[in-house]
Design a protein around this ligand. Structure first.
Ligand code: MD3
Ligand code: FE
Length: 223
């Protein structure tokens, strides 16, 4: 019977094994295919506790457009947008209360994925949670509200698949299309950190664990 340390050592070795799909999407972007599949039910249970305190909402862009992606956050900082701009805030503007705690399973998975991709010591202080329903899309954008662009971003896809649009450092370049499936994790660091990216309109479908939606968790060091 292995002890706890041996067990977690085995798990780490297995996740990092050469046989597991590990796909370079670019010089500093690595897809860990299926990395979160075994954690998915725990992650979705953690999501329910977050949603009980901070439900999904459709925020408004500085230009006055209602976002079709529904969002919420967990952790010390949460990403918000309204007519006055994009930023991170320690409180949920809907309730005035601090954002819910990062569920333990969220934090452990994000740290293990970052370490596996070559970013040991990643300690996110924010998890932005996006919900896509069929037809929902996310326009090409950069993530630039974080303080330190040397810190990676870890994204976890759950539920329905999506076509992720991975552009370049300037808006003009035609983006690559990458299919992200349930359980896929992508770690974005280095040069890729400031690349334009988005999500194509979600196709119709239902997933056994999420129903008629896709959930994306993005872990960030914002402050
Ligand atoms: C590449 N979310 O929340 S995750 C976002 O699927 C966001 O919900 C998308 O873009 C989603 O900001 C994409 C993948 C992702 C996240 C952040 C990145 C890719 C990134 C930052 C820099 C480069
Ligand atoms: Fe983004």
């Amino acid at each position: 019977m292995p002890n706890e340390n041996e067990r977690s050592g085995d798990l780490l070795a297995n996740l990092a094994a050469p046989g597991r799909e590990r796909v370079a999407l670019g010089p500093d972007a690595v897809l860990l295919a299926g990395f979160a599949a075994d954690a998915a039910t725990d992650l979705l249970a953690g999501l329910e506790t977050v949603l009980a305190a901070a439900p999904f909402r459709h925020m408004v862009t500085p230009g006055g457009h209602r976002m079709s992606v529904a969002m919420t956050s967990a952790g010390p900082l949460g990403w918000v947008t309204d007519r006055s701009g994009y930023r991170y805030e320690p409180h949920d503007p809907e309730t005035g209360r601090p954002w819910p705690l990062l569920p333990a399973r969220f934090a452990s998975l994000a740290a293990l994925a970052a370490k596996t991709a070559g970013f040991p010591g990643f300690a996110p202080d924010s998890c932005l949670i996006n919900r896509y329903e069929p037809g929902t899309q996310l326009a090409l954008h950069q993530d630039r509200n974080e303080r330190d662009f040397a810190q990676p971003i870890v994204s976890v896809s759950l539920g329905l698949p999506a076509i992720f649009l991975f552009g370049g450092p300037v808006r003009g370049a035609r983006p690559r299309r990458v299919r992200l499936e349930h359980g896929d994790v992508v770690v974005w660091g280095g040069g890729a950190r400031l690349h334009f990216h988005g999500v194509a309109p979600l196709a119709e479908g239902t997933h056994p664990l999420t129903g008629r939606c896709r959930i994306n968790l993005t872990f960030r060091r914002a402050g």
